[in-house]
Design a protein around this ligand. Sequence first.
Ligand code: SF4
Length: 395
Amino acid sequence: GQCTLVCPVGALIEAPHWHDVIHTLDAHRHISAVQVAPATRVAIGEEFGMNPGTISTGRMINALRQLGFDYVFDTNFAADLTIMEEGTEFLSRLKAQKNLPLFTSCCPGWVNWVELNRPDLIPHLSTTKSPQQMHGALTKRGAFARSLGAEFESGKTEPYVVSVMPCTAKKDEAVRPGTSGDIDRVLTTRELARMIKARGIAFSALPDDGKFDNPLGESTGAAQIFGASGGVMEAVVRTATHLIDKENTLPLEWEQLRGVNTGVKTAEVPGIGKIAICNGIAAAQRLLSNDDWRKKYVAIEVMACVGGCLGGGGEPKSMDPKVLEKRMHAIYEIDKNSTRRRSYENQDVQKLYETELEKPNSEKAHHLLHTHYAPRASKRLLLMQFLDCVDRRDA
Ligand code: SF4
């Protein structure tokens, strides 16, 4: 039977979405595209007996092509775009001294938690969509979709868009109001592994030489580190400090923001201010337990899972106590070996602004790449209100 698991914060049951994906790919009715999150490539090998921290990017791409996807894209392309949008949003808030500290918004587990438990924090959340949603919007409605020709223009067909993500909260994110329609199906890393096994593909024997398609496949090291706790903020700092100081005199690597074992990590960034990382939702709850954060920090990253996405509920299960560290090292190794390590250096992202979006935070960029949030009542809260109501009526 289908294994079920519950993401610590996504509150969704993992459904057998991969069956549906296989059937749709087999039917060949649409052009299909898949995007893959940074946390998947450093963990999927574990499902096939490889050591945690084995980097399987090329093998994974080859497996996705064998499964029948027409285009294999990298979520990291959109992570660079997220940084351009979020970094610019952050600097304008800093200039206006408004809605600070800025909280990151790329983890739907955290966003759900805010909407349910602390709607007063909503103005602090970055309005920038997560990389998954940005990538989906561009694949469905951007230049790529238009390049598919007359059928798309006439509205008859659109690409079938799948994403591979480290958690079930990403499934929930894909059907949120404001982002719904960007992605057709979200699979977890484990679901992708099941698909590969079901098709009899010998993953470990595949050559590790697959390459992502372009134009939605180029990325920098800054995008890759999104998969680790502290990575989103480090990527923001790499670009924001460049926007302030074009000489890049500040360091590229921020060791203080890295690591899977500390709850709250902080750093003072010259010219910007103090920033904080909450490694897991419990760390965020601790930080928010008094009001010090309002004055102390200018930006705060929260990832709901300990370790960040590399510790997500949809990643392979492991008995190795060092599994998170090993995946984390693999992520920073990919960054270290990247030719470009700051998001604004992504040539295809630059081209996208020139040809389609004008500049970060432009009206067009807002339309396609930003979202909104709203307070939500939890089912438990509604149930309690209902019981309270029944109680009063009976009394
Ligand atoms: Fe999902 Fe990553 Fe957030 Fe965990 S930290 S809930 S894996 S987006």
